[in-house]
Design a protein around this ligand. Structure first.
Ligand code: FAD
Length: 431
């Protein structure tokens, strides 16, 4: 295996998505000249979890690595011209009316204070204080709620931000293979099976490379055997369209998040509001043989809206989405919903990323395990993935993101309960 240099050929499988496009961007910005992005769909890939109207941006304090990453990401979302137009710093209200939810808010405030960031959040003790921050909420629906208001938070125009990365990649001369010639089929290994030499794609093309990065999000465990370190799950959302007057009233509304109910953000320029419920995700288990597995095994395999446009979401989700609307936006509870969608991510047991060299095949690197909270890292995560390739990744990141089979239950992860399976949930499949 040759040492990495600026002329090395680097393949990024899933480079039309979040972690993959960020990796290509940081490689290109560092001067690497021979980068090829492989993806099923052109960037921003229609099946990327990041190809969405909006995502929440906030500072995560879950551990020192998350804190560092989110502060670095915040800097680029604010100051880097490729990203800054897509960050809407509206602030975020995290709120709850349940005993456990309020307790969690207090823990978060304490953690912020311990981290020296106490002044970025404001405790809201009652309905009056919440309504002062978010007058669009309805007093009757938030009785007994308390809240935390985060000033350094807001939402990201997600698909547009990946598209912006794509434009910069073109300027840098990054090469792209989309469709069948970008669709991963298997790894190409050396005769002794110890070194990864490239990727065979669906159309039969053999893409040879010095380094291969698998950043295929929820598809990662079904493409390559990850030995149960990741479990892919979907979450759901629906859209509704506001009239121009309604959209005006909600313009600038902070992100509203309640861990027991869900979340929404201000409408986009077309007057569309996306509403999400909050739950532990849905799996789709089936017998499947990823590359590297000696036989088929039970794996949760994503089924994308892009490939199956008539799919919606389970009937049970209609109930919880409607509950979120009735609570957050009661005047819109009879509005027509559209774009009912399932969107796929992949959880690790500890909710840390899985970003490491695969110990089975030299030169093959994993950049996955997003655990449902990694879109906000789009501007920065690629920098650290490049550091991994170059052998300079800092120790705590190496440790947090290491290869770690047997370390816990990815189906449950750190969520309130194990995910239910789509096979047991009617209503989402229409073809
Ligand atoms: P993706 O962005 O999904 O990229 C994977 C790529 O792999 C895709 O482009 C896909 O086309 C490609 N691929 C798949 N199969 C193949 C193949 N065979 N060959 C080649 N390429 C392939 N995060 C936040 O930070 N804030 C939020 O508010 C937030 N809200 C969310 C709400 C919902 C409903 C969901 C589902 C997720 C949310 N997330 C949020 C999580 C965030 O979207 C993900 O963590 C992140 O986008 C995952 O990035 P990724 O690069 O791992 O995967």
């Amino acid at each position: 295996a040759s040492p990495l240099n600026l002329h090395s050929t680097i393949l990024i499988v899933g480079g039309g998505g979040t972690l993959g496009s960020s990796t290509a961007l940081h490689l290109a910005r560092k001067g690497y000249r021979d980068i090829r992005v492989l993806d099923v769909y052109p960037i921003p890939s229609a099946q990327s979890a990041g190809n969405d109207t909006n995502k929440i941006m906030g500072i995560s304090l879950r551990n020192p690595v998350d804190k560092q990453l989110s502060l670095e990401a915040e800097d680029l979302w604010t100051n880097d011209p490729t990203f800054a137009p897509y960050y809407h710093q509206t602030g975020q209200l995290e709120c709850s009316g349940s005993v456990s939810g309020i307790e969690n808010l207090k823990v978060t405030l304490h953690e912020l204070q311990e981290a020296g960031l106490g002044d970025t959040a404001e405790w809201l003790e009652n309905e009056d204080e919440i309504l002062e921050r978010v007058p669009q909420l309805s007093r009757s629906e938030i009785q007994g709620w308390k809240g935390l208001f985060f000033r350094r938070s807001g939402w990201l125009a997600a698909a547009k931000a990946i598209e912006s990365v794509g434009r910069e990649l073109v300027q840098h001369g990054v090469q792209f293979s989309f469709g069948d010639s970008g669709t991963f089929q298997s790894l190409i290994l050396s005769d002794d099976g110890k070194i990864c030499l490239g990727v065979l794609t669906k159309d039969g093309t053999r893409h040879l490379a010095d380094r291969i990065v698998l950043a295929s999000g929820a598809w990662s465990p079904s493409l390559v055997d990850l030995e149960d370190q990741c479990c892919s799950k979907c979450w759901v959302f629906a859209h509704m369209r506001l009239s121009p007057d309604e959209a005006k009233y909600f313009a600038g509304c902070p992100v509203v998040y309640n861990e027991d109910i869900g979340f929404f953000m201000e409408p986009n320029e077309a007057g569309i509001i996306k509403v999400c419920d909050e739950f532990p995700g849905f799996t789709r288990y089936k017998m499947h043989q990823p590359f590297g597995a000696s036989q088929p095994k039970k794996i949760s395999v994503p089924r994308s809206h892009a490939r199956h446009p008539t799919d919606t979401y389970p009937d049970a989700s209609e109930v919880t989405i409607k509950k979120a609307i009735a609570t957050f936006l009661p005047s819109f509870k009879d509005k027509e919903l559209f774009n009912r969608t399932m969107c796929w991510c992949t959880d690790t047991p500890d909710a840390n990323l899985l970003i490491c060299e695969d110990p089975r095949w030299r030169n093959f690197f994993l950049a996955t395990g997003d655990s449902g909270h990694s879109f906000k890292l789009l501007p920065i995560i690629g920098k650290h993935i490049v550091e991994l390739l170059e052998g300079t990744l800092q120790q705590d990141m190496l440790q947090a993101w290491r290869w770690r089979p047997g370390s816990g239950d990815a189906r449950k992860s750190r969520r309130a309960a194990p995910a239910k399976d789509l096979a047991d949930l009617p209503g989402w499949k229409h073809a």
